[in-house]
Design a protein around this ligand. Sequence first.
Ligand code: ARG
Length: 582
Amino acid sequence: MSFEKKYTADIVVEKVKSILSELTGISDINGIKFTPGDEKGDVVFPCFVFAKSMKKNPAVISAELSEKIKEKGLDDIFSEQKSTGGYLNFFLDMKKFHSAVVSDFVKLQDKYGSLSKGEGKTIVIDYSSPNIAKPFSVGHLRSTNIGSSLSKILRFAGYNVIGDNHLGDWGTQFGKLIYAYKNWGDPKVIEKDPIKELLNLYVRFHEEAGLNSDEHPEEDNELEDKARAYFKQLEDGDPEITEIWKWMRDISLKDFDKVYKMLDVSFEEMLGESFYNDKMEEIKQIAEEKGLLETDEDGVKLIRLDKFGISTPLLLQKKDGASLYATRDLSGILYRKRTWNPEAILYVVGEEQTLYFKQLIKASELLGLGSNCVHIAFGLMILPAEGKFSTRKGRVIFLEDVLKDAVDRARKMIEDRDFSEEKKQEIAQKVGIGAVKYNDLSQNRVKTVGFDWDKMLSMDGNSSPYLQYSYSRAKAVLRKAEYNGDRTWNDSVELEKDEKQLLNRLSQFHSIVESSAVQYFPHIIANWLYELARDFTSFYTNVRILSSEEPYRQNRLILTDFYSSVIKTGLSLLGIETSEEM
Ligand code: ARG
């Protein structure tokens, strides 16, 4: 299904572009600013952009162009045009403009803001990717939130998105785990609290093997050798060992699913590292053929990257023949290319793997695997150091607890409201989880994120509850008005300042979606939604809606409906749900 998505704001900018290129003969014009409502001009063009090619100073260019535009005459969506210093300033006929923006909304409804930019193109997003038998960490939580939001944003921008949870379910650590399980494990105990017990086994292995002390280097360690043998059996498909591994994977996934359910996240694919077990030979072959595969003095196979300013080589095979994280990632690139031929593969992984992704991307280029891979890095998230979490050790419980705590806190906020028990729980869920997601997504992802409950759950700051609440206020107005959805906009009346401000903001939604999608930055949408909600709050506070006369009332209801639709859509792009009552 494809819509004709020509937004009024784009049409306006196109018109300025086309008159400029008609007058100058320059076809590729950049730098036009669209800031509806700005007193300097709704559309502003900085003429220094032409200074070089025209060999004139910007003020002269601007004055000359302005004269010519006046002679030619402008499209009637503009009311005025002038030159100030080095700038050309265009002013819109606001009545025409606003009425066109409303009709965009009337036409597109909840598709308003969506783009056709990505049509026919696929993007693979590799995100979440926790490790089997290990705790789902805060880093995985960030990857999950950011990756899931990006997949929604890119889909809204028209792309076909394949979200792939690249589970860490393969590698030599499973040899250790299987050894530990066979010697000290009790399936019944493990089933009760899988991640915690499997983690205990893993820690015990390291203790018993004395791997934490210097006297027992990995190489000549008896337990290590046994573990290696188990992993070899697993790689070779030994039925008994495979059975144990499968069971560990299943029970781990059950635990992870609790988190995914709370976050309402799902994936198109969950291939995991194990999926590439039988596909890695080809990578080594390609590396060999291209003369890139080297064997070091210990028998480790690797690709050297120093010529490209990366001093650490990328390891493809251990001396015992076992594959590595990178081998599976390279196979993944090849597989994804063949299966989906994506425009890009995005890896939503913490910044601590920056060097690794530099190596991986360079190696993939050298091997000619032919995909545009991008590391979508993010900073740390610092969970509250004090309080009820500090004594907990099992970190999986920890993370689930954090989410549950968020819901409990949200529940306290609405406890005295007049809602049914069920309704209260539903709202608490949306508000609590929303607060955690918004805290993560409203800041530039590369920054370190804190965890300040008061700020996160604040009803009047840059927080998810504030945005959700403004939505439910808008919905309450529409309910009281018995708004029937008549969307005939009356463009003969003068709009109040707050109404104009709100409409101007709403006219920018699609371009915000676009910047967020091309830069892979959810916070661009989040912060814009906050500005938008503030505009709505001013409108709601300063302008009478329900008690106003027609045709003002009708227009104001349309505006309220427009706002509620956009805030709902915008929040949904961050994975945050809204409630009509709150
Ligand atoms: N499982 C890895 C970890 O927890 C993250 C995997 C990221 N994705 C990838 N294709 N390497 O560190």
